[in-house]
Design a protein around this ligand. Structure first.
Ligand SMILES: Cc1cc2nc3c(=O)[nH]c(=O)nc-3n(C[C@H](O)[C@H](O)[C@H](O)COP(=O)(O)OP(=O)(O)OC[C@H]3O[C@@H](n4cnc5c(N)ncnc54)[C@H](O)[C@@H]3O)c2cc1C
Length: 452
C-alpha cells in the first residue's frame, strides 16, 4: 500500500484555497492552516483585491475548478486620459477596444470560499490556527511539502526580498477599493463611452493624480455590483483624500467627489451608486510595496518551505496581475508536484519558482511597471497611448498585455515599440501617430433627473 504524499498550506486566501483544492484533487493528503475560520474569511474581512482575471489566467484556473460565475464578465475597456494641471488640465485621448478575450471580476472571498467548500467536501483538512515560525517548523517537519500563502504580511518576512527583482522600495500608489450597488450591468450603463455599455470596464487616467478603475463585479451576496479602485499617486491631490476614508460610506463619498471634480462626464452615473449595507467590509485602503521574494526558505530545523501568491510576488494592482499570477503559479506547481517522484527539496522548489518567474512572474512585474508609468517605459507609453487612440488594433494589443504580459519583455527599445505598432496596425507607425490629435472633449452621461 502506498501512503499519500502530504501537503501543508498556511493561509486560506485565493492562493491557499486554490492550492488546497488543486493538490487534493491531484491525490495529495492536504491540510490548510488558517488564522480565520470559514465564516470569518467569507464575511468578516474585505476581499484582498478586486481580482479581475483578464483572459488567459482563467485557462490555468480551469485546471483547478470549473467556472462557477456568470456575472462580472467584461469584453473590453474604455480608457480615458486627462493630462496637465490646473487651467491646462484637458482630455488628451481615449480608446475603447474589445479585449479579444473575456475578463472576470468575482469577489475573491466568494472564489476562495467555493474552493474551500469543495476542498472540505472532498476530504481536505482545515485547521484554524495562527501559524508562527515555531509551529511552521513543526508543520513542515510533518509534511512532504509545505506552502506559505499568508499574503503580503503574515509569514512573508521568512522569505528574503530578492533585491535584483524588486524594483521599488516604497508603494507607488495609495489604494482605495470599494464595491457599490444600485446600477445594473445593462447595455445603457456607460453607453456614452462604449457601445458595449456595461460590457466594458472603465479606466480613467489623470497624469498628475493617478488612475481610477470601475468595473462590473460579482459581489458574494449582492451579485451584480460595481467595483472601484483609486490608484492615487502619493504626490497627487487624490492621495490625502484617502486618509479620510474610514468606512464604505466615506469610501463612496471620496470616490464620488473625485469623479465630480476630475471626471465630471461619468459623475451622473457614479452618483447613483450606493454602499452595500449588508457588507460593511466591502472596502479597503492601503498600499503595496511591489516586492519579489526568494520563494524558498528553511525553517529552524531545516525543512524547506515555499511561498506562493502574494507572499512570493506582490505587485501594485494597477495592471491587475496579483491574483492572475497566483493562479498560474499554483496550477503549474500542482502539475509539477504530481509528476515529481522524489522529495520536494529546496532545490526542486527553487527550480519550480524559477520556471514560474520565466513563465509569468517577470512579465507580471514588468507590465505593472508599464501601467505605473515607470520612467523605464516612458517611450512605450509616449508611442503606444496615442497609437491606441487612433488604431483599435493597437489598443487591443496594449490591453492584451493584461491577459498575457509576456510580449512586453520583447519590447525594449524605441525601435522595438515602433516595429510593434507597425506590425499590429498594419501600417507604418509614423503614419499611425500622424493621425493623432488631442481629444479636446469627452462625451458625457446625461445629468441625473432632479428629484423634488
Ligand atoms: C486594490 C487591489 C486590487 C486588486 N485587483 C486585482 C485584479 O484586478 N486582478 C488581479 O489579478 N489581482 C488583483 N489584486 C491582487 C490580488 O488581490 C492578490 O494578489 C490575491 O488576492 C493574493 O491572494 P493570497 O492568497 O496570496 O493572499 P491573501 O488574500 O492576503 O491571503 C492570505 C491569507 O493568509 C492568512 N494568514 C495570514 N497570516 C497567517 C498566519 N500566520 N497563519 C495562518 N493564516 C494566515 C490571512 O488571514 C489570509 O486569509 C488586487 C489587489 C489589491 C490590493
Amino acid at each position: 500500500m502506498t501512503t499519500r504524499r502530504s501537503v501543508a498550506i498556511i493561509g486560506a486566501g485565493l492562493a491557499g484555497t486554490t492550492a488546497g483544492l488543486g493538490f487534493l484533487d491531484a491525490g495529495f493528503d492536504v491540510t490548510i492552516y488558517s488564522d480565520r475560520d470559514r465564516d470569518s474569511l467569507r464575511n468578516k474581512v474585505p476581499p484582498t483585491g478586486v481580482g479581475v482575471l483578464f483572459g488567459k489566467s482563467q485557462e490555468w484556473d480551469a485546471e483547478i475548478i470549473e467556472d462557477l460565475y456568470d456575472v462580472g464578465k467584461t469584453t473590453g475597456m474604455s480608457v480615458r486620459l486627462y493630462g496637465g494641471a490646473g487651467e491646462d488640465r484637458a482630455p488628451v485621448l481615449e480608446y475603447d477596444p474589445d479585449y479579444g478575450y473575456v475578463a472576470a471580476a468575482v469577489d475573491l472571498r466568494l472564489r476562495a470560499d467555493d474552493r474551500l467548500g469543495r476542498f472540505l467536501d472532498r476530504g481536505g483538512r482545515f485547521e484554524v490556527t495562527t501559524v508562527g515560525l515555531d509551529n511552521l517548523d513543526e508543520i513542515a517537519g510533518g509534511a512532504d511539502l509545505t506552502l506559505v500563502a499568508t499574503g503580503k504580511g503574515g509569514l512573508s518576512t521568512l522569505f528574503p526580498v530578492d533585491e535584483s527583482r524588486t524594483k521599488y522600495r516604497e508603494p507607488q500608489r495609495r489604494l482605495l477599493q470599494v464595491t457599490l450597488k444600485g446600477v445594473d450591468h445593462g447595455p445603457d450603463v456607460f453607453s456614452y463611452r462604449s457601445q458595449a455599455g456595461a460590457g466594458h470596464s472603465l479606466y480613467n487616467l489623470d497624469s498628475e493624480n493617478g488612475e481610477l478603475f470601475v468595473g462590473p463585479f460579482l459581489h458574494k451576496d449582492e451579485g451584480a455590483t460595481w467595483s472601484f479602485i483609486v490608484f492615487a499617486k502619493p504626490s497627487g491631490a487624490w492621495a490625502p483624500r484617502i486618509d479620510d476614508v474610514h468606512d464604505a460610506v466615506t469610501a463612496r463619498r471620496t470616490i464620488a467627489g473625485i469623479f465630480a471634480e476630475f471626471f465630471p462626464e461619468d459623475a451622473p452615473v457614479i452618483e447613483q451608486l450606493e454602499v452595500i449595507e449588508s457588507d460593511p467590509v466591502s472596502w479597503l485602503k492601503g498600499a503595496v510595496t511591489p516586492t519579489v521574494r526568494q520563494a524558498v526558505a528553511t525553517t529552524k530545523s531545516g525543512h524547506p518551505v515555499a511561498a506562493i501568491g502574494d507572499t512570493a510576488i506582490a505587485v501594485d494592482p494597477v495592471a491587475g496581475q496579483g491574483a492572475q499570477n497566483t493562479l498560474i503559479q499554483v496550477a503549474e506547481l500542482v502539475k509539477a508536484a504530481r509528476a515529481h517522484d522524489g522529495e520536494f527539496t529546496a532545490d526542486w522548489l527553487a527550480d519550480e519558482f524559477e520556471k514560474h518567474w520565466e513563465r509569468r512572474g517577470h512579465a507580471a512585474t514588468e507590465v505593472t511597471r508599464l501601467f505605473l508609468g515607470d520612467p523605464d517605459f516612458a517611450t512605450h507609453l509616449e508611442l503606444s497611448f496615442p497609437a491606441a487612440a487612433v488604431d483599435p488594433n493597437v489598443a487591443q494589443a496594449l490591453l492584451g498585455l493584461l491577459s498575457d504580459p509576456n510580449p512586453l519583455l520583447g519590447l525594449r527599445t524605441r525601435e522595438d515599440v515602433e516595429n510593434f505598432i507597425t506590425a499590429v496596425a498594419g501600417e507604418p507607425f509614423d503614419q499611425v501617430l500622424a493621425r493623432f490629435a488631442p481629444a479636446g472633449q469627452f462625451s458625457a452621461a446625461a445629468p441625473a433627473p432632479l428629484t423634488v
